[in-house]
Ligand binder design. Structure first.
Ligand code: ADP
Length: 724
C-alpha cells in the first residue's frame, strides 16, 4: 500500500473518528441537557412539597389552638349554664334511665334540708321515701305508701302530666318531668306559691265582683219595680181619659201617653226580668198547661201587628203531639212572645210560621219538644248570630235599626230556656229570613188529648182553597194524618175545576169565599163550607146556608176537629142546637155586690174606682191594712182587693187577721201587687190570699175577678157588657 493510500486511509479514519466524536459529543450534550431539566424539575417539586408541608404545619397549629379555644368556650358555657341553673329559685335535676340522679341544683336539694343521702347517685324511689318519711311533703288524704306509689308510677310514664305538690311550709311546687328518648329525665320543680296565692286573690275578687253585680241587679230590680208603680197611674189614667169625650187632637195625645207608657213598661219589665235572672232571684213555677193554647194566645196577641203588615201567622202543631205539659206557662209564653214577636217585627212580607214537633216517651211521661219559629224577614248576618244573644246586643245595620227594642229579649229567652234545661239556636240567611229554634224535655200530664181524634163519619175528602201555600200545607198535613184525602187549590179557578161530587167539605180563605160561594150557588152544588179567617175582627158576611163555621187561622187542632165534629156530612143529622142560658129574672130582694179595695196610693184608688165605675157595685177603700180589717167587719164585702205593701199593716197581715175572723164564709181576697219578685207570689198565697194580680191594673182582669165572685143573690153587674 502506498503511502498516499495509507495517508488517505488515515485521513479517512481520522475524519470518521472525528465525526463519531462529534456525534457522541452531541449525544452527550443532549443527555446533559435532559439531566439538567430533570434536576430542575426535581428541585421545583421539592420546593413545592416544602411549601405544602409548611402550610399543613400552620394549619395543624391553628386547629390545635382553635380546639383549645373551643374547649375553653365549652367550659365557660358549661360553667355559666350550671351557674344559671344554680342561681334560679326553681329546682332542677337530671336523672338517668335507671332513675338515678345525675345532677341537681341547690334549689332542688334545698327542699331536703341537708339530708346527705339526697345527692347525685340517689334513686328517685329514695327521694320519694325521704319526702314522706321526713314529712317534707303534704300527702293530703293519701297515706305515705299510697302517695309514693302514685308518684313512682307517674315518674315512669313516658310523658308524665305536670302536678302540684304542697310542702310542709305551705309552699306549692309544680313538678314538670320530661323523659328523653334514652330514658333519662329532666325534672323541674317550679315554686308556684305566689301564683297560687294570686289565684286565690283573684277568686276572692271575683266573688266580691259577683256580689257587687248581684247588688247592682237587685238595685235595678228594685228600681224597675218602683217605676212600675207610678207607671200604673199614668197608664191607668190615660186609659180612662181615652174613654171620655175628647177631640181628635186630645185623643192622639192620650193615646201617645198610653202607648209610650206601655212601651216603657215593656222595657222596664225586660230590665226587671234580666236583673232578676242575674241576681239569681228568678224561679220557675212548673204547673200543668196547654202548650198549643199558649202558642195560639201569643199568636192572637201578635195577629194585629202581623195583619197590619199583611203577614200570615201560622202554626203547625204536629197532629198527634200532646199539648198538655208541665212547665212554667208564664215563662214559656214570655219566650214565645219574644221569639215570635221578633219574627213579626223583623219581617215585612211573607209569613211567620211556628212549627212544633217532638217525641213523646210514654214510659217516662216526657216529651222531647222542638219549637221552631221561622220567618221570611230581613235575616241576620252570619257574624252576628252569636252576638245577638248577648244582653243589649243588636244587629247594628241600617236595615235592622229601623226597628226598636232593648236588645234584652233574646238574652232573657236564652237564660229562661237554659233554666228549663233546654237549648236555643238560630239559623239565618241575610235577606231571606231566620229560624229560631229551641228544644227541651217536658213532663206530660195525664191527659192523652191527641189520641181521641178520629175523622168524623162521612168526611173523606176536603178541598182547601187558600193562596197561602204554608196555610194549605199545614191543614193538609193535619187532615192527612186522619186519612182524609185533601185537594189543595191556590186560585178560585183551580177550585172550580177541582170540585166534584166526592168533595165532602170545602175549607176556603175569607178572601176567596164570596167568589167561590157565588160559583157554587150558581152550580147548585151544596157542599159544607168552613171559612178560614186570619184577622181578629169578624169577616165580611158571606150569604149562604152552607157555611158551617169559621176557623181563626192558625186554627188549634182542638178547634179544627171540634168544628169538623159538628158538621153534618152528607146523610148525617143536624146536631140539636145547644140551648143558651137565659138571664134570671131580677128579684126584688137582691142587693148590690160589695167590694173592698185596700190601697194606700190615692192615684191607684182613683184608677181603680174609674175602672169599675160602670159596674153596679158598692165600693169602699181602705188606706191601710188596719182599715181593711175594720171595714171587713163593718162593710162585710163580697170580694176584697188587697194591696200588699201598705203602711201600718201590710196586705198579708191584714188577710191573716181577716181569715182568723171568718167563720163559715170564705171571702175571696185578690192581692194587687207590684211585687213581681219571685217568692212573693208563694208568700202571698201562703198568707191566705186566693189569687193575685200584678200591677199595673188591667180593667178586664179586675172585672173578671168581680164577675167570678158575683152570685145570684146580688144585683146584676149591669151593664156588664161595657165592663171589658
Ligand atoms: P230587640 O228585639 O229588643 O232588639 P232581642 O234580644 O230580642 O232584642 O234581639 C236582638 C237582636 O237580634 C235584634 O235587635 C235584631 O237585630 C236581631 N234579631 C232577633 N230576632 C230576629 C229576627 N227574627 N230576624 C232578624 N233579626 C233578628
Amino acid at each position: 500500500m502506498s503511502l498516499a493510500s495509507k495517508l488517505t486511509d488515515e485521513r479517512r479514519s481520522r475524519l470518521a473518528a472525528e465525526r463519531m466524536l462529534e456525534l457522541k459529543q452531541a449525544e452527550l450534550f443532549a443527555a446533559n441537557r435532559k439531566l439538567g431539566k430533570h434536576a430542575m424539575e426535581l428541585s421545583e417539586e421539592i420546593v413545592e412539597t416544602r411549601a405544602q408541608v409548611a402550610t399543613i404545619r400552620g394549619e395543624n397549629q391553628r386547629v390545635k389552638s382553635d380546639l383549645s379555644a373551643a374547649n375553653q368556650k365549652i367550659a365557660i358555657a358549661e360553667r355559666r349554664l350550671w351557674h344559671s341553673i344554680e342561681t334560679i329559685n326553681d329546682g332542677f335535676a337530671f336523672f338517668n334511665g335507671d332513675n338515678e340522679m345525675i345532677i341537681a341544683n341547690r334549689a332542688y336539694l334545698a327542699i331536703f334540708d341537708g339530708l346527705e343521702m339526697i345527692c347525685p347517685g340517689v334513686n328517685y324511689v329514695t327521694i320519694l321515701q325521704m319526702l314522706t318519711d321526713e314529712g317534707i311533703v303534704n300527702t293530703g288524704d293519701m297515706s305515705g305508701p299510697e302517695w309514693r306509689q302514685m308518684m313512682g308510677e307517674r315518674f315512669q310514664l313516658s310523658k308524665p302530666e305536670p302536678m302540684v305538690i304542697q310542702l310542709w311550709n305551705g309552699n306549692y311546687i309544680k313538678l314538670i318531668d320530661q323523659r328523653g328518648p334514652e330514658g333519662d329525665v329532666v325534672s323541674l320543680g317550679l315554686d308556684i306559691t305566689a301564683t297560687v296565692a294570686y289565684e286565690e286573690q283573684l277568686k276572692e275578687s271575683r266573688a266580691v265582683a259577683e256580689t257587687a253585680n248581684r247588688a247592682k241587679s237587685a238595685f235595678l230590680a228594685n228600681m224597675s219595680h218602683e217605676i212600675r208603680t207610678p207607671m200604673n197611674g199614668v197608664i191607668g189614667m190615660a186609659d180612662l181619659l181615652k174613654d171620655s169625650e175628647l177631640d181628635e187632637e186630645q185623643r192622639l195625645y192620650v193615646e201617645t201617653i198610653k202607648n209610650s207608657g206601655e212601651a216603657l213598661l215593656v222595657i222596664i219589665n225586660d230590665v226587671l226580668d234580666y236583673s232578676k235572672i242575674e241576681a239569681k232571684k228568678l224561679e220557675l213555677h212548673p204547673e200543668p198547661f196547654d202548650l198549643e193554647r199558649a202558642i195560639l194566645e201569643v199568636l192572637m196577641l201578635l195577629q194585629p201587628s202581623a195583619s197590619a203588615k199583611g203577614l200570615s201567622l201560622l202554626l203547625d202543631y204536629d197532629l198527634f203531639l200532646p199539648s198538655h205539659l208541665v212547665g212554667d206557662p208564664g215563662r214559656m209564653r214570655q219566650v214565645l212572645t219574644n221569639l215570635i214577636g221578633n219574627a213579626v217585627k223583623f219581617t215585612t212580607e211573607g209569613h211567620v210560621l211556628v212549627r212544633v214537633t217532638g217525641v213523646p216517651d210514654m214510659a217516662s211521661k216526657t216529651l222531647s219538644l222542638h219549637v221552631n219559629i221561622e220567618d221570611t224577614g230581613i235575616g241576620i248576618p252570619a257574624d252576628m248570630v252569636d252576638h245577638i244573644f248577648g244582653e243589649f246586643n243588636q244587629v247594628e245595620n241600617e236595615r235592622n235599626r229601623q226597628f226598636d227594642g232593648t236588645g234584652l229579649g233574646l238574652a232573657i229567652s236564652q237564660r229562661l230556656i237554659e233554666m228549663m234545661d233546654g237549648e236555643i239556636w238560630v239559623t239565618s240567611e241575610e235577606g231571606a229570613g231566620s229560624c229560631f229554634g229551641f228544644r227541651m224535655n217536658m213532663s206530660l200530664t195525664d191527659m192523652p188529648d191527641w189520641e181521641a181524634w178520629r175523622a168524623p163519619a162521612g168526611l173523606r175528602h176536603v178541598l182547601i182553597l187558600d193562596d197561602i201555600t204554608v196555610n194549605r200545607s199545614i191543614l193538609r198535613r193535619q187532615l192527612a194524618q186522619l186519612s182524609i184525602e185533601v185537594t189543595e187549590c191556590e186560585t178560585v179557578t183551580d177550585a172550580q175545576i177541582a170540585i166534584n161530587a166526592s168533595v165532602d167539605l170545602l175549607i176556603v180563605s175569607e178572601k176567596d169565599a164570596p167568589e167561590m160561594v157565588t160559583y157554587l150557588e150558581n152550580a147548585t152544588t151544596s157542599v159544607p163550607i168552613v171559612l178560614l179567617t186570619s184577622s181578629s175582627t169578624a169577616p165580611a158576611p158571606v150569604e149562604t146556608k152552607n157555611i158551617q163555621g169559621m176557623l181563626q187561622s192558625p186554627p188549634s187542632r182542638q178547634d179544627l176537629f171540634e168544628l169538623l165534629g159538628k158538621i153534618p156530612f152528607k146523610s148525617m143529622a143536624i146536631a140539636p142546637e145547644v140551648s143558651k142560658p137565659t138571664r134570671p129574672e131580677v128579684a126584688d130582694d137582691l142587693r148590690r155586690m160589695r167590694i173592698l179595695a185596700a190601697e194606700d196610693n190615692k192615684t191607684n184608688q182613683l184608677v181603680f174606682r174609674k175602672m169599675i165605675s160602670k159596674l153596679n157595685v158598692d165600693l169602699e177603700f181602705a188606706n191601710n191594712g188596719e182599715e181593711a180589717v175594720t171595714l171587713f167587719q163593718t162593710f162585710a164585702p163580697d170580694l176584697i182587693f188587697m194591696d200588699i205593701s201598705m203602711p201600718k199593716m201590710d196586705g198579708k197581715e191584714a188577710t191573716a187577721a181577716i181569715r182568723a175572723m171568718e167563720t163559715e164564709n170564705h171571702t175571696p181576697i185578690v192581692a194587687l201587687t207590684a211585687h213581681a219578685m219571685d217568692g212573693d207570689d208563694a208568700d202571698i198565697l201562703a198568707a191566705g190570699l186566693d189569687r193575685y194580680l200584678t200591677k199595673p191594673l188591667r180593667k178586664p182582669l179586675i172585672v173578671d175577678e168581680i164577675e167570678a165572685a158575683h152570685t145570684e143573690e146580688m144585683l146584676p153587674l149591669e151593664p156588664s157588657q161595657d165592663a171589658g
